[in-house]
Design a binder for this molecule. Structure first.
Ligand code: MTE
Ligand code: MO
Length: 199
């Protein structure tokens, strides 16, 4: 029989949930397709180009002076680990795209080191994606994408490009690094979109 004490609720019920086929980890695994690039913030720029060649660019000083947000989110890697309640600081893609006029439906994201990943523009807007530079109150470690990475927590973590430098708006979807190797074009963990051909 359960004994209930008025006013005592015990351990708060977790608001986190595991997508199908995932397990929880408490460490922070590192998954990189190549070596960690050395990225210096004094020469770093973030570039957004639109489908007509129009271009917006931010230096590190300009980027870090933009309005900052502090998302706390769960991460889901296609290799089946999920990590709950990670806290970040960075700039919303809504902020970065505020002055960008585009009718393109997709982006191809580029990184120091050559990694790429593609996403629909709709997955970057509406408070769902950030470029983050701070993790749990400290500058983002180079192995996790420091000085800055994309964070798109509602999709599998391969979409969250580390060492991000460019976002190219394109009218036709262009597969990125893992997408060319057979991973799903969109990668929604709740629909278990791991590989091409899934749903
Ligand atoms: N530039 C770059 N970004 C990347 C990767 C990479 O190899 N290079 N790996 C992706 C994959 S497959 C995953 S699961 C996550 C891992 O992020 P983490 O190493 O911070 O856990 O980064 C993603 N972003
Ligand atoms: Mo991954």
């Amino acid at each position: 029989m359960a004994v209930l004490t008025p006013g005592f609720h015990g351990r708060p019920r977790s608001e986190h949930a595991l997508p199908p086929g995932q397990y929880e980890v408490t460490d922070f695994p590192v998954l990189s397709a190549g070596p960690t690039p050395r990225v210096l913030t004094d020469t770093w720029t973030l570039t957004v180009t639109d489908e007509t060649g129009g271009r917006r660019e931010w230096s590190w000083a300009e980027f870090t002076a933009l309005p900052q947000e502090r998302p706390t989110v769960d991460l889901h890697c296609v290799t089946r680990w999920s990590k709950f309640g990670t806290s970040w600081k960075g700039v919303s893609l809504d902020t970065l795209f505020a002055d960008v006029e585009t009718s393109a439906g997709f982006v191809l994201v580029g990184c120091d080191g050559g990694y790429t990943t593609n996403l629909p523009v709709s997955d970057l807007l509406g408070g769902k994606a950030w470029i983050v530079h701070t993790y749990e109150g400290s500058p983002l470690a180079p192995v996790h994408g420091g000085p800055a990475r994309l964070l798109v927590p509602h999709l599998y973590l391969w979409k969250s490009a580390k060492w991000v430098r460019s976002i190219q708006l394109v009218t036709q979807d262009v597969p990125g690094f893992w997408e060319q190797l057979g991973y799903h074009d969109r990668g929604d963990p709740w629909r278990e979109q791991r590989y091409q051909g899934d749903q």
